[in-house]
Write a protein that binds this ligand. Structure first.
Ligand code: PMP
Length: 456
């Protein structure tokens, strides 16, 4: 008998399981709108030209395969934080951001979850209802308690803003609030800039900690800056925040597993203290402290740092506390990463560092991103047009145009979604989410027929 007798079959993953079912279907009309991966108009996977160029450069340079440090590639960590906040952002200039390379968005979220579990025991994470299916798995596995805030209003297929605000208000003070930076998955519904302001008001009032999941920067609107505006709004308020980043979609690096976790460390009073004091004399002092903390970070543990810092009152007065805190947070993130996977992979990190760090490649990337975002927008428009033209019931389909990003939430329920698959060979997640990135203009009419038939 096997020692593994007691182990039962695990259920298929609700998203990746859809691709498995798709592969098994032999019908020529089949359409995979389950997984969020960009396809060309011919429905083929796409490797960005800038990625190929960066890889050629890497080959020419003959770079080695030595281990990276625990925190990842320094050049990557620098550009990824700058891309997120903008290089001129005060949080970057004042070194308030602790960044470590993660195993794409998922791995970075998981690292942050482990950090929360260890240093904020009992704190809960608020997640939107609905959200990307893996969020619950991530916090469950990290043993971080979570609860949901209202987000989606089925009546309007829009944002339940009042519900969202009141649930964030009702949560215990000091909770983490998980927010999708842009292109909310699965609904494609984002708050307006005014609504983001109100959300940050409530989070600040309640002393919550915002935790952004940024999986689509540049991919949602085609603009890197516009898609980061929610995060930047929070950072500009001097709030402490966590941000997980992913390069799966915007650089098409799905399988390279490249992303980062950023922690902005600052408090209003600490920031103010540093601004109040004439820091000219203390600049060298500050650098010295940060350097020495970095130097010992691999050898000493947290108690030693704290001793070192509290022992020196001059440091307390003159140094930029926030950047020191960044060093402390970073050291603990590294401590969590080391026994999990030791150090991250180098290939994707080098691609990102090359593309973002080189002005010519960076501009080419932006053009390719606009092209991808543009194709998705065209497909969205065509699907809306086809639905509106074909559906004689008078149903208003304009919600599809209001959504943003690679997904559209159709409002189809579980039974209707199953009919899409069983009758029409259209594969989608059971919550009625379709990936427009997996749709071509040529298939919009067929999809519209399938949706209308399944709805009514
Ligand atoms: N967060 C959200 C909201 C996502 O949609 C995704 C990708 N589907 C991710 C995180 C992470 O993906 P990855 O691990 O491939 O970067």
């Amino acid at each position: 008998v096997s020692r593994f007798e007691g182990i039962a079959m695990a259920p298929p993953d609700p998203i990746l399981g859809v691709s498995e079912a798709f592969r098994a279907d032999t019908d020529v009309k089949k359409l995979n709108l389950g997984v969020g991966a960009y396809r060309t108009e011919e429905l083929q996977p796409y490797v960005l030209d800038v990625v190929k160029k960066a890889e050629n450069l890497m080959l020419e340079r003959g770079e080695n395969k030595e281990y990276l440090p625990i925190e990842g590639l320094a050049a990557f960590n620098k550009v990824t934080a700058e891309l997120l906040f903008g290089a001129d952002n005060p949080v970057i200039k004042q070194q308030k951001v602790a960044t470590i390379q993660g195993l794409s968005g998922t791995g970075s979220l998981r690292l942050a979850a482990a950090f929360i579990e260890r240093y904020f025991p009992g704190a809960q994470v608020l997640i939107s209802s609905p959200t990307w299916g893996n969020h619950k798995n991530i916090f469950n596995d990290a043993r971080v308690p979570w609860s949901e805030y209202r987000y989606y209003d089925p009546k309007t297929v829009g944002l339940d803003f009042e519900g969202m605000i009141s649930d964030i208000k009702a949560a215990p003070e000091g909770s983490f609030v998980l927010l999708h930076g842009c292109a909310h998955n699965p609904t494609g519904i984002d708050p307006t800039p005014e609504q983001w302001e109100k959300i940050s008001d409530v989070i600040q009032e309640k002393n919550h900690i915002p935790f952004f999941d940024v999986a689509y920067q540049g991919f949602a609107s085609g603009s890197l800056d516009a898609d980061a505006s929610s995060v930047r709004l929070f950072a500009a308020r001097g709030m402490e925040l966590l941000i997980a980043q992913s390069y799966s979609k915007n650089l098409g690096l799905y399988a390279e597993r490249i992303g980062a976790i950023n922690v902005v460390c600052s408090t209003a009073d600490a920031a103010a203290r540093c601004e109040d004091i004439d820091c000219t004399l203390s600049r060298d002092m500050e650098e010295m402290v940060v350097k020495s903390v970095r130097l010992v970070s691999d050898v000493w543990n947290i108690t030693h740092y704290l001793l070192l810092i509290s022992w020196c009152p001059l440091v307390n007065l003159c140094c930029n506390w926030d950047s020191v805190k960044g060093v402390l947070v970073k050291s603990q993130l590294k401590r969590i990463a080391r026994p999990m996977y030791s150090n991250p992979p180098v290939h994707g990190a080098r691609i990102v560092a090359n593309v973002v760090g080189d002005p010519a490649l960076f501009n080419e990337w932006k053009a390719e991103m606009e092209m991808m975002a543009g194709r998705i927008k065209n497909v969205r428009q065509k699907l809306f047009d086809s639905l509106s033209a074909k559906d004689k019931s008078g149903k208003d389909w304009s919600f599809i145009l209001k959504q943003i990003g690679m997904f559209s939430f159709t409002g189809l329920n579980k039974t209707q979604s199953e009919s899409m698959t069983n009758k029409w060979h259209v594969y989608l997640t059971k919550d009625g989410r379709i990936s427009l990135a997996g749709l071509s203009l040529a298939k919009c009419e067929y999809l519209a027929d399938a949706i209308i038939d399944s709805y009514h």
